[in-house]
Write a protein that binds this ligand. Sequence first.
Ligand SMILES: NC(=O)c1ccc[n+]([C@@H]2O[C@H](COP(=O)([O-])OP(=O)(O)OC[C@H]3O[C@@H](n4cnc5c(N)ncnc54)[C@H](OP(=O)(O)O)[C@@H]3O)[C@@H](O)[C@H]2O)c1
Length: 347
Amino acid sequence: MTDPKNEGLEAFCCSGSSPTISVLGLGPVGRAFVRLPELSDCCLSSVSDRSGTLCHRKGLDGPRIAAFKEGGKNLAAQGGGGPRDLDLALSLVGAQYVVDCTDTQLDACSESLARSLAILDRGQCLVSAEKSALLADPDAFLAADRLSRFGFNAVLGGTGLELKRELREIQQECIEIVAVPNACTGSLIQSIEEGLDRPEAFARARGRGLLEADPEQDIDGRDAAIKITMVARLVFGLQVDWREVERPHFDDLDLDLIRWRRKEGRTTALVCRADREGVRLAYEELELGSTLAIPWRRVLYGYQDRNGSRRIMIGKGVGAEGTARALYEDLLDLRQGREERQGRSRA
Ligand SMILES: NC(=O)c1ccc[n+]([C@@H]2O[C@H](COP(=O)([O-])OP(=O)(O)OC[C@H]3O[C@@H](n4cnc5c(N)ncnc54)[C@H](OP(=O)(O)O)[C@@H]3O)[C@@H](O)[C@H]2O)c1
């Protein structure tokens, strides 16, 4: 960890005020987050990448850090290195809020789970775009004391906050979940419908910032399978390993069929369904007027009640900027909760 003392690092500093925030990861999502103008009343206490952590007690200048990282540099190169133990760095910095924008590493779920729980159990608040911790053990986050300090709005494309608020009720009443959770395949299908070929459709999705660092996660159905199994676990307590879910691959789609459907006034979407028995994924044919036929800039989660009504949650947390805004919504919510708790303890 590096506490900047030299002139080079002072260039990143600003006069911050509470609340204090540590940001983990400065890929497109982390950079979009530290650039948010709404953070101007917060103190960015530290930022971390794989090379180390940069911190300053007066706060760091988010946009300048983002520009520095965009140049392909490591934080350690700027600050001269330091301990790479992220948990140690976070506990030393001791910010009130930790924002996790690290990449989702499906082969390291237990490490990210341990890191997330350590943050929460230290008393810090955590908002996350990273999926693997919640995927590893959703139940671990459901304990009231942790859930009140944990936000997963960005994990579910900007619908996680609404789900969290209504979770207890949904757990009691929901009989089926239907979701269109993957904006990348939505964008690819829209491009194919417009007549673009496969490489052009991918180039456009990349330009829109929709492809994961590992694009296979989107096109082999992994991202969608992860999200629906995670939500089914939260809502039904359903224990399904996402690896065992049958996943349709985008490359197996008949692109001419997709274009033909569009000419006939219909469309195609990767739809996920879950009930208490299991989860299913399929590229479904939809009427253009269907609730599930959402624009690629949105994700949708629907929770069908036993009485026949359905709660529809539509999220805008798509791409780096949308994800950063979804993280910020969580941050605001947790700030409000924290202030209420402090108010109660003072009374
Ligand atoms: N991009 C989207 O549209 C989108 C949408 C929804 C959710 N998400 C999720 O948001 C997260 C971030 O996405 P992204 O596209 O910005 O990811 P990314 O480009 O892979 O960037 C990940 C960042 O995390 C840092 N990092 C990884 N492991 C770390 C560790 N142990 N300690 C400190 N830093 C670490 C990396 O450091 P280095 O710079 O040193 O490599 C990098 O800066 C992912 O989990 C993704 O699944 C993304």
